[in-house]
Design a protein around this ligand. Structure first.
Ligand code: ADP
Ligand code: MG
Length: 228
């Protein structure tokens, strides 16, 4: 047990250092991207194509760093009671323009009344964002996304996010939680890994069922005991 403790302490320190470095990288990047934006003000200048690429890549570095910080930063834990249905509503409002733009039909099947959970709402929202985003990105045409929320008699909350997108073969489905695994041109491969980490920190599980070319259902199971 002593070596295990030592190991987890080392991991913790490594995580904190990495988070510190990520933070430090952010400041110069903010300065660089500020100047890049000024340089990109004039599309007629000869280097516009290149500076535009630089700006986009900087944006990508920023995105990876923020995803990484969610993972590595030893954030202050402030669990509270929150209404899962309200969190879901907030997320869907955020995605509505993208859903409309892609002609996706979004349907929901939620319990009457609030679903009060205990935990970190901000993190749970992050999970919902990651999953809805993946669902949208999986869709090619005639897209449908269905989201349901229910409470089992065994005091387990079940959230399902189903899409009729590209789906995955078993090989791909087995890798979704691996860090940096992505089949997308601009993917970070961190969304599912972070989601799994957050859900397991809340005492829950996340499961994937997928059918290549037919779609994917992601199921989250969370304990409903509001006092734990
Ligand atoms: P990213 O979205 O940046 O690629 P994620 O960790 O969110 O990273 O997802 C990892 C990979 O899992 C994706 O690149 C994709 O191959 C697969 N995946 C996740 N969700 C879905 C989905 N709803 N439909 C099809 N494939 C998915
Ligand atoms: Mg993703």
């Amino acid at each position: 047990t002593e070596t295990l403790l030592l190991q987890s302490e080392k991991l913790k320190i490594a995580g904190e250092m990495a988070a510190g470095v990520a933070h430090e990288i952010r400041n110069p990047i903010t300065v660089i991207s500020g100047f890049m934006q000024i340089m990109n003000g004039d599309p007629s200048q000869p280097y516009y194509r290149y500076t535009k690429v630089i700006e986009n890549e900087i944006e990508r570095i920023n995105y990876i760093i923020s995803e990484f910080l969610v993972l590595a930063k030893p954030h202050v834990k402030l669990p509270k009671k929150y209404d899962l249905k309200k969190s879901l509503d907030d997320i869907l409002v955020l995605f509505q323009p993208e859903i409309n733009l892609n002609g996706i039909l979004l349907t929901t099947e939620l319990l009457e009344g609030p679903i009060i959970l205990y935990g970190e709402e901000g993190q749970m929202k992050q999970v919902l964002i990651n999953l809805v985003k993946n669902a949208i990105e999986a869709i090619t045409e005639n897209g449908e996304i269905h989201i349901s929320c229910s409470v089992e008699p065994s005091e387990i909350v079940i959230i399902k996010i189903r899409d009729n997108g590209v789906g995955m073969d078993t090989h791909t489905a087995g890798k979704v939680f691996d860090p940096f695994f992505s089949t997308k041109v601009n993917g970070t491969g961190l969304g599912m890994m972070i989601s799994e980490k957050i859900i397991s920190e809340h005492g829950g599980n996340i499961l994937i069922e997928s059918d290549k070319n037919h779609g994917t259902t992601v199921t989250i199971q969370l304990p409903y005991s509001i006092n734990s």
